[in-house]
Design a protein around this ligand. Structure first.
Ligand SMILES: Nc1ncnc2c1ncn2[C@@H]1O[C@H](COP(=O)(O)OP(=O)(O)OP(=O)(O)O)[C@@H](O)[C@H]1O
Length: 277
């Protein structure tokens, strides 16, 4: 399922203009990353897809249907949503957190638990964690549960709002790898919000670099953005105009090839294949 933002704007009741005239097409079964610093309107845009926020003007379409004519509750249940800090219900066991939407959609408790256990397995969590409560898990494990919950109803669309923002860098890499691995099999349409350039380069088939007020500075593949930043703002944001790059590091990209960065982690480019492979 593809998503299209068509000239959307959002002015909140207190007069804050969060998004102005934003347009973007998100192709089906790919991962699009909204990349930008705090307050530029990323969450507002993400929430327009499942009608947690309605645009002041313009429209959001899913497979050419305007979401404004969809029932908001049904819409929310049909779209996966993963947020920062997992947002798990503290008084429910892990397996029941995963099965929440299935229960809301009418599954029996045992059906929801069975599927919940399958999903835990899918996101790389041991079955022994199923009966714990969220506070008995690490931050990284909680995020995995959040991803499992987002996937529970097998949605075509997955919205991810800084899902790995609150975990340490190594766990974050693990979670990114796991998501790349899952996406290879599941082929969801993912809209992913982050302010982390490396995360965007790793996960995005398409990246929209955002400026304040929900304006796009550039939309393109990771390679286009690194190799041909549209302007100084993008170049500064992705750090490609800074010097001192001597040692290189490379990390694999989901869709093949490698992200290459300097010793300080600043991205330098995308390679199809590394010498010696
Ligand atoms: N309910 C609200 N009422 C008024 N203003 C809001 C509301 N929600 C968000 N805003 C404002 O809209 C702007 C965009 O916020 P938004 O949360 O979409 O940005 P963001 O890019 O996701 O930021 P962050 O990365 O910090 O989450 C900000 O100025 C924010 O203060």
């Amino acid at each position: 399922m593809g998503i299209e933002f068509r000239n959307v704007s959002k002015i909140y009741d207190d007069g804050t203009e969060a998004v102005r005239d934003f347009s973007l097409t998100i192709p089906s079964r790919t991962c699009t990353v909204l990349l930008g610093s705090s307050g530029c309107g990323k969450t507002t845009l993400l929430r327009m897809v499942n009608r947690m926020v309605d645009p002041t003007s313009g429209s959001v379409l899913i497979d050419d249907d305007d979401v404004s004519s969809a029932n908001p509750v049904n819409l929310r249940r049909s779209i996966g949503y993963v947020m920062q800090n997992a947002g798990l219900l503290p008084h429910r066991r892990v397996v029941d957190n995963v099965g929440t939407v299935l229960r809301l959609n009418g599954a029996s408790k045992s059906e929801a638990r069975e599927r919940g256990r399958e999903l835990l397995d899918m996101v790389g969590l041991d079955q022994s964690l199923a009966d714990r409560y969220p506070e008995q898990l690490s931050g990284g494990q909680q995020q995995r549960v959040g991803v499992a919950r987002g996937l529970a109803a097998d949605p075509n669309i997955l919205l991810m709002d800084e899902p790995f923002g609150a975990v340490d860098p190594l766990v974050r890499l693990d979670l990114q790898r796991e998501l790349m691995h899952l996406q290879k099999d599941l082929q969801k349409t993912i809209l992913f919000v982050t302010h982390d350039i490396d995360e965007a380069l790793t996960l995005g088939d398409q990246i929209a670099v955002m400026q304040s007020g929900g304006k796009t500075a550039q939309v393109g593949s990771p390679q286009e953005i690194i190799e041909n930043p549209a302007d100084d703002f993008v170049a500064r944001f992705v750090g490609v105009d800074e010097g001192g790059r001597r040692e290189l590091a490379a990390s694999p990209r989901r869709s093949g090839g490698w992200n290459v960065s300097d010793a300080a982690g600043r991205p330098l480019g995308v390679l199809g294949q590394l010498a010696g492979e």
